[in-house]
Structure formats: structure tokens, C-alpha cells
Ligand binder design. Structure first.
Ligand code: NAD
Ligand code: ZN
Length: 367
């Protein structure tokens, strides 16, 4: 039950290892990557309680010097204040430029610790040990790091690639089901963007992915391979990388209208609704078959994800609010709505100027 995916970025290429027991193997991996280097582990209190002792034991056994910075869990930690504390704690541990930052946790930790690593001494190496499914299939791969501003999410940040990613498929055993499902929506996304056979495989194997074992490793590895290929061709999102936003124009708008209230709606759930909306929109304008939109929706519903705006409890909104929220997305350029559209399952493309009127008519029919 193990796989390796290489992200090809010239001198900054790195490996993503996916498999069981990788936290326990981290000490040896780190020593091989950076002999003699010390480490600062950044993690949140939830993950620390569950997985930090195992990582520390592995580092100790490999003779790697380490310290740990534990921050409160949740999106609120992607802030200036917590960022400053993490940087200062890493500096206080007397880490030098050749030493390593280890991000142990979900996407919040990866984004925050990665941005600290990008900033401290103008760039320290860092290792991602993603522990949420979303982080394993998405945020730990590709080098986007950052924090939030009162002006919006992820507006302060840097591109900083990790030197190694260790995705321990067993670490997901402690992840709440709701978080697992949310990460699964991003896995579905990769099938929809460019890999119809993978989507079909998920339709028949999703129970194995949820259960753990080889199917889970396969789904994570296939997702990482899809993201790595796109990032390798378009690291800075000048074109193709935008495909990864399939479902996200609608999804981000829903999250914004919901004021990022994670009790009501987590990111992956918003993406799930967004994926279904994107396919229904494409079916409505005659770009793809209605049967494809139905298949997408049926699969997401089968695993327990929401696919309709009405599935989000107590979120009242109208089409104009959605359009306003979509226009505020940082990916929107000079008023034109950029959308990822589908010709079919596994055949998506970036459309630069989608008519707002068409989107409004669609949303009015949806609501
Ligand atoms: P998260 O880091 O907040 O993790 C979700 C919850 O699960 C947290 O409460 C966390 O403590 C807990 N958790 C994590 N691993 C666990 C485990 N193994 N067992 C038990 N609990 C565990 O959120 P997330 O969903 O992992 O990531 C969301 C963040 O990722 C957002 O800030 C988003 O902006 C960012 N993101 C970044 C990129 C990128 O390319 N950099 C891409 C997508 C998302
Ligand atoms: Zn996403």
C-alpha cells in the first residue's frame, strides 16, 4: 500500500510519498533529505494530541534534533498574529537556513507553516506531513502558502514548494467523517477535470477509499499525480492551473455568503455543491450531456455530500448575492467571470468570459 509521485519543477522537484506508517518513517526520511538538519514541527492542538508523539519518536530514533510549535486549530489561525508567533518560535529554536520546518496537520497548518518557511531568512526548506484528506490530495501539493487578511482568504502569501511530502494514509483514521467527505470532493474534482476512467473507478470503489487500505492510497496518489502534472506545467497559475478551480467559483461564493461558518459549511462541501452546479450549468447551456451532470450529482450524493444550495441548512441567498460574491473572487479579472466548464466528465476547460446574465438565469432556476 504505497505510492510515490514526483512533482517536476527543475531544481525544486520533490517527491510525494503516499502510504501507511509514514509518520513513523518520517525521521529516517528527514535524515536522508537533510543530513544533520534540525527541525521545527508546526502543528495544531487537535493533531498534536493524536499524532505528534509518533512523529517526535520517529525523529528521536533517527537522531534528528527538533522542537514543536502548537497553535490553536481552525482557519482563524491563518492570521498575522499566529504567523508572527510561529516565525518567532522557529527563530527562538535557533533554526538556521539549512534546517527544516515540518508542517504536521491539515491545510491550515500547511499554508501557515509553509508561509513561515517561505519568509524566515527568505526561505527555509520545509516538509509537509498532511493529516487531513484535503491536505493530502490538494493543499500540500503545489507550493501555494499563505494566510488570510480582513480583505479576504489567502490574500497574503508566497509560492514556496516543499522539499518532501509525506501523506500517511493511516493518519486519516482519526479524521472526523465530515472532514474526510469534504476532502473526497476534491478527489472527485480530479476525475471530473481530466480523468473520466478515474471518476468511473471512484463510482465503484469509493467505499474502499473511505475504509482505508489500497483503494485509499490509489485515490490519494491519483489525485496527487493529477495536481502534480498541472502544477509542473503551470506553477504560477498563468493558465492551466486554473482548471483546479472547477466547482470553486460557485463554491467560494457560497463560503463567502456563509461568512466561512464551518459549522454550517466546510470548504469541501461548498466544492461539492459547486461541482454539481458547474455541471448542471454546462448541461443547461448545452455544453455537456444532462446525463453527465446527473452522474456527477448521483455520485456526490451517494457518498453523503451536498449537491444543491438547498442542501445547506439555513443559508438564505438569491442569484444577485451569488453573482456579487463570485465577482469578489480573486480569480475574477476585470469583471468577466472566469469559469471552469465541462464538455463531459473528464473534459474540462477554462472559459475566460462567461456571460453573467447566463449564470444569473441558471441560478434563478436553481433557487
Ligand atoms: P484544517 O487544517 O483546519 O483541518 C480540518 C480539521 O481537521 C482541523 O480541526 C484539524 O485540527 C483536524 N485534523 C487534521 N488532521 C486530522 C487528523 N488526522 N485527525 C483528526 N483531526 C484532524 O483544514 P483542511 O480542510 O485540512 O484545510 C483547509 C485549508 O487549506 C484552508 O485554509 C484552505 O485555504 C487551505 N487550502 C490550501 C490550498 C493550497 O493550495 N495551498 C488548497 C486547498 C485548500
Ligand atoms: Zn478546494
Amino acid at each position: 500500500d504505497a505510492a510515490a509521485v514526483r512533482v517536476e519543477l527543475g531544481e525544486r522537484s520533490y517527491d510525494i510519498l503516499i502510504g501507511a506508517g509514514l509518520i513513523a518513517a518520517a525521521g529516517a526520511c528527514v535524515r536522508r533529505l537533510a543530513p544533520g538538519a534540525a527541525c521545527a514541527i508546526v502543528t495544531d492542538a487537535n493533531v498534536a494530541a493524536l499524532h505528534l508523539a509518533e512523529l517526535e519518536r520517529s525523529l528521536r530514533e533517527a537522531g534528528v534534533r527538533y522542537s514543536a510549535v502548537i497553535i490553536p486549530p481552525g482557519e482563524q489561525s491563518k492570521s498575522y498574529g499566529v504567523f508572527a508567533k510561529v516565525c518567532d518560535d522557529i527563530l527562538a529554536a535557533r533554526l538556521e537556513r539549512g534546517d527544516l520546518v515540518i508542517a504536521l496537520g491539515g491545510g491550515v497548518i500547511g499554508d501557515l507553516a509553509g508561509f513561515a518557511a517561505a519568509s524566515i531568512r527568505r526561505g527555509m526548506r520545509f516538509v509537509q506531513i498532511p493529516t487531513s484528506l484535503l491536505a493530502q490530495v490538494d493543499s500540500s501539493v503545489g507550493g501555494k502558502t499563505g494566510i488570510n487578511s480582513e480583505h479576504g482568504k489567502n490574500l497574503i502569501g508566497a509560492f514556496h514548494q516543499p522539499s518532501l511530502v509525506l501523506a500517511d494514509a493511516d493518519a486519516l483514521a482519526t479524521l472526523p467523517l465530515r472532514e474526510f467527505r469534504a476532502g473526497y470532493a476534491e478527489i472527485v474534482k480530479y476525475g471530473l477535470i481530466g480523468d473520466a476512467p478515474f471518476f468511473a473507478w471512484l463510482e465503484t470503489h469509493w467505499r474502499g477509499v473511505f475504509a482505508g487500505g489500497p483503494d485509499r492510497v490509489h485515490a490519494i496518489a491519483t489525485s496527487c499525480r493529477a495536481k502534480a502534472a498541472i502544477v509542473g506545467r503551470d506553477e504560477r497559475e498563468s493558465g492551466e492551473r486554473a482548471l483546479l478551480n472547477l466547482g470553486h467559483t460557485f463554491g467560494h461564493a457560497l463560503e463567502r455568503i456563509n461568512h466561512y461558518d464551518g459549522e454550517r459549511l466546510v470548504h469541501g462541501e461548498a466544492v461539492s455543491v459547486g461541482l454539481a452546479l458547474a455541471f448542471r450549468f454546462c448541461a443547461r447551456v448545452g455544453l455537456c450531456e444532462g446525463a453527465d451532470a446527473d452522474r456527477v450529482e448521483a455520485h456526490l450524493r451517494e457518498v453523503g455530500l451536498p449537491t444543491r444550495i438547498a442542501d445547506i441548512p439555513g443559508l438564505a441567498l438569491d442569484a444577485d448575492q451569488m453573482l456579487d460574491a463570485m465577482r469578489q473572487d480573486k480569480k475574477v479579472e476585470r469583471g468577466a467571470l472566469t469559469f471552469v466548464l465541462a464538455r463531459a466528465i473528464g473534459d474540462c476547460f477554462v472559459a475566460k468570459s462567461v456571460e453573467a446574465a447566463e449564470v444569473r438565469a441558471f441560478l434563478e432556476a436553481e433557487l
